[in-house]
Design a binder for this molecule. Structure first.
Ligand SMILES: [Zn+2]
Ligand SMILES: [Zn+2]
Length: 354
């Protein structure tokens, strides 16, 4: 492999599953002719960051730098870059590359690339350097222009950062299954994903019902746009919703009873998982058989759809509800995230990384 020039940037990394994140210095490649160099202004904190930092999926290589909800300013472009200029405000999500040739990549569905997670923003392969990719908890990143997104100018940039993962993760299945006016849509869980699911389903014209285990979240669910709120631990409230939903987006990443939600679907209704509980979820056959119901999954979105989502958010003034933190507050933020004690996404002000 030809030696490629690098530069040093400050970052936050962890070196072992049980270690806290701390300040470090990492190497980024100098922009190649097709690369965009970005000064990172804000980076959202996704639950995946925590899974990855602690090697809970088993593929983490250390030192690890999480972060895949990245927004910032272009500081340099390669000689062949056509779409971006120095000074542009841009975003980078969960992907920084893909094979470009498999059927999914050719269809603009890079999230389903045959190479799997090789193009991941962290935990993937930095093919220029032959090292693992390092994410957005850093001052600067270099990304091939095809995986750089344009941020709408009218949105608060910090509050727009989580659109790059939480936003597209909920937007894509609602679009794929054509949720719209006349549909009754359930969103399970009011967290980083769920609150965006409510906002998008509402913007698409559906009647939106939010399911939560916490009576304390009822008022907030209405504030973010839910038409109805059901406390899922209340059997009578659940029974009253039986057989009435066209579509349910399940954004819960902890163990829970999905059969209770399957029973709420109409004939041919579909429940889509976007959360990823650690253990398999038991699925009873009868709720599926009785009304020809479907159980599906969905993973982020491809580059064309992610840009479409960002443009939609610009047009409809949709952003995430965030709590801004400084870089050195990240370890405490992880502990609060584990307790769902965040409304509804932490975003790191990267100017605090000095
Ligand atoms: Zn994420
Ligand atoms: Zn591919």
């Amino acid at each position: 492999m030809a030696k490629i020039a690098c530069y040093s940037v400050k970052a936050y990394s962890t070196t072992a599953p049980a270690s806290a994140l701390g300040a470090t210095t990492i190497e980024r490649r100098q922009p190649t002719p097709t690369d965009v160099q970005i000064q990172i202004q804000y980076c959202g904190v996704c639950h995946s960051d925590l899974h990855f930092a602690r090697n809970e999926w088993g593929f983490t290589q250390y030192p690890a730098v999480p972060g895949h909800e990245i927004v910032g300013k272009v500081t340099a472009v390669g000689s062949g870059v056509k779409k971006f200029q120095v000074g542009d405000t841009v975003g980078v999500g969960c992907l920084v590359d893909s094979c470009r040739t498999c059927p999914s990549c050719r269809s603009g569905l890079e999230q389903f690339c045959d190479l799997g997670l090789a193009g991941g923003t962290y935990g993937g392969m930095e093919k220029h350097l032959g090292t693992p990719t390092l994410g957005g908890y850093s001052q600067s990143i270099v990304v091939t222009e095809d995986f750089v997104l344009r941020m709408p100018a009218n949105l608060n940039l910090a509050a727009a950062a989580p659109l790059l993962c939480a936003g597209i993760t909920t937007y894509s299945p609602l679009r794929h299954w054509k949720v719209g006016p006349g549909h009754k849509v359930g969103i399970v869980g009011l967290g980083g994903l769920g609150h965006m699911g409510v906002k998008f389903a509402k913007a698409f014209g559906a009647h939106v019902v939010l399911f939560t285990t916490s009576p304390s979240k009822v008022a907030d669910a209405r504030r973010v746009g839910a038409d109805e709120v059901v406390v899922s631990t209340d059997a009578a409230q659940m029974a009253a919703q039986a057989g009435s939903f066209d579509f349910i987006l399940d954004a819960v990443s902890a163990a829970h009873d999905i059969n209770a939600y399957m029973n709420l679907l109409k004939r041919d209704g579909n429940l889509v998982l976007v959360g990823a509980p650690e253990k398999p979820l038991p699925v009873a056959a009868f709720p599926l058989l009785m009304r020809r119901r479907s159980l599906s999954g969905s993973l982020i979105g491809g580059l064309p759809e992610t840009q479409e989502m960002l443009d939609f958010c610009g047009q409809h003034n949709i952003t995430c509800d965030i709590e801004m933190i400084k870089m050195d507050e990240i370890n405490g933020a992880y502990e609060r995230m584990l307790k769902s004690d965040v409304k509804y996404r932490f975003v790191i002000d990267m100017a605090s990384l000095k």
